[in-house]
Design a binder for this molecule. Sequence first.
Ligand code: AMP
Length: 217
Amino acid sequence: MRFVLLGPPGAGKGTQAERLAKKYGIPHIATGDILRQSVKDRTKSGMLAKSYMDRGELVPDQILIGIIRDRLSSLDCSKGSILDGFPRTVTQADALSSILHRLNQKLDGAINLELPEEEVIARLSGRRVCRSCGTNYHTQFNPPKEGGKCDKCGGQLYQRDDDKEEAIQNRLKVYQRQTEPLIKYYKKEGLLISVDGAKEISTVFENLCEIVEGVKK
Ligand code: AMP
């Protein structure tokens, strides 16, 4: 079972992908997380990616395509995977299609989590992330039990640089210009499935499970 999750930043791709991966026992591949880890580890691609990420710009396609090619070729992805944050451009979508073709694998669907712009801004500006385990919180909608601390591991919560006001506006523009065309792209391929991302986390998850179960049959 192999899906990509589409949708604007803050639509809940990470949260939902993590849950799906856990329930169906397949890897959750989040390119944003992979890049943030590379920045933390000060690798060559991490150093190159950082300035793009801080500004809310997309990191060059070739870096991402290399990351995804390596990741999808690993053994644990042979049963399936949930891609979160990739592809984000038509070039990346074309590359994904040829990588999967070479691996003799195929996509079961591209799920678009729909969310209106005002909601995107409200969600991103309140998002806080655990520095240690990466769990997401929201100051208003999903606060931690103890202020500034992760419920799961006690790690410190922080606001991503790209969740700050100026970067959010830029990410929205980048999304509309470079990523939104993927909706048409996957519609044309007959793979697009739209889901209302504004509903409660658990309701969205139920909807996604129905879709996944439908494909498994
Ligand atoms: P995310 O955690 O998915 O919101 O990604 C955070 C940032 O990482 C994005 O704003 C981009 O700068 C970069 N990034 C993640 N995935 C990609 C991708 N597929 N293509 C280009 N840049 C990406």
